[in-house]
Design a protein around this ligand. Sequence first.
Ligand SMILES: Nc1ncnc2c1ncn2[C@@H]1O[C@H](COP(=O)(O)OP(=O)(O)OP(=O)(O)O)[C@@H](O)[C@H]1O
Length: 348
Amino acid sequence: MAVTKEKVLEILRTVKDPELNRDLVSLGMIREVKVEGELVKVEVALTTGGCPLKKQIADEVKRAVSTLPEVSEVEVELSVMTPEERARIFGAKPKKEHLGIRDVRFVLAVASGKGGVGKSTVSVNLAVALNLKGFKTGIMDADLYGPNVPLLMGFDEAERPEVVAGKIQPLVRHGVKVMSFAFLAPPGQPFVWRGPLVGKALRELAEVVEWGPLDFLLVDLPPGTGDAPLSVCQTYQPKGVIMVTTPQELSVADVRRCAKMFEDLKVPVLGLVENMAYLRLEGREVSVFGEGGGERLSRELRVPLLIRIPLAPEVNRLKEPVVLHSETEAAKAFLELADKVIESVFKK
Ligand SMILES: Nc1ncnc2c1ncn2[C@@H]1O[C@H](COP(=O)(O)OP(=O)(O)OP(=O)(O)O)[C@@H](O)[C@H]1O
């Protein structure tokens, strides 16, 4: 006798999404189960096309269904949830007027496929550059797992924002308003976030931080394609995203995956920033991490390569954003990046 759909669903209730820590059936991720004799076909809808855990989820589904004695073969098809399906898990999109960003003209996200490529460095220097060009700018450090923005902006570890009438007032440095998860944690002790709490924390913070009128709010996203960047995008609904990469092939592959996630979320990629693109030695550009990754990716994704930022010791050494030192090559590059971002936002 063939297995029943109900039995398949029952066994799938034992398979959990590793990040959300809930079973696939109650999450609504099992879109379809088809039984054809001893063959069972399962369609699993992922929260995002770029889900880094998709192989693990597919393998788990296969393994669980194969344990049923009536089943000899299992086929798993992966698809992607619609925005409505995702909203059922993560909650409906909040309305902008209920959030502290109601008076922000343009929210832009800064993203990277993986950690350590200089995403936060690009965020802070771009934010300061936009301010230097006369635009009121803020930066939301939404990288819950490695909130580095306060350090890069030169804040002391113990500095904390004020709360006025129940609303958090972002701190100001170099003319830029700054809020970070690091301001909420006890000094030196990062929070440990578990999947389901991430979306909730991000949403609550977006409600209680009062940004006031701003031209630009840059949101420094957590790296990668997990549920955290997804939740941030749903909460802040950015007008566009700037993607940071380094020239290595690996990092380029990660960006490709990440770009796919933004495509699914309907957030346009404004362009790429190739960071650590070259080292200037005796007037020559020396490629340290390979060559042309940014250009290749720009052609492939059909998005502009906005700027190439040099690998420069002063980016790391200074206790404040390098863009404040206008004589440096890196500062000139960040100022040019600001021009490109302004142009691309006002053109749209
Ligand atoms: N162009 C550059 N030249 C020299 N050092 C750089 C450059 N860009 C970034 N760095 C250094 O690389 C390190 C990582 O940068 P950053 O924290 O901005 O990366 P990230 O992608 O935001 O990392 P994470 O995802 O872990 O938060 C920092 O020490 C930073 O100073």
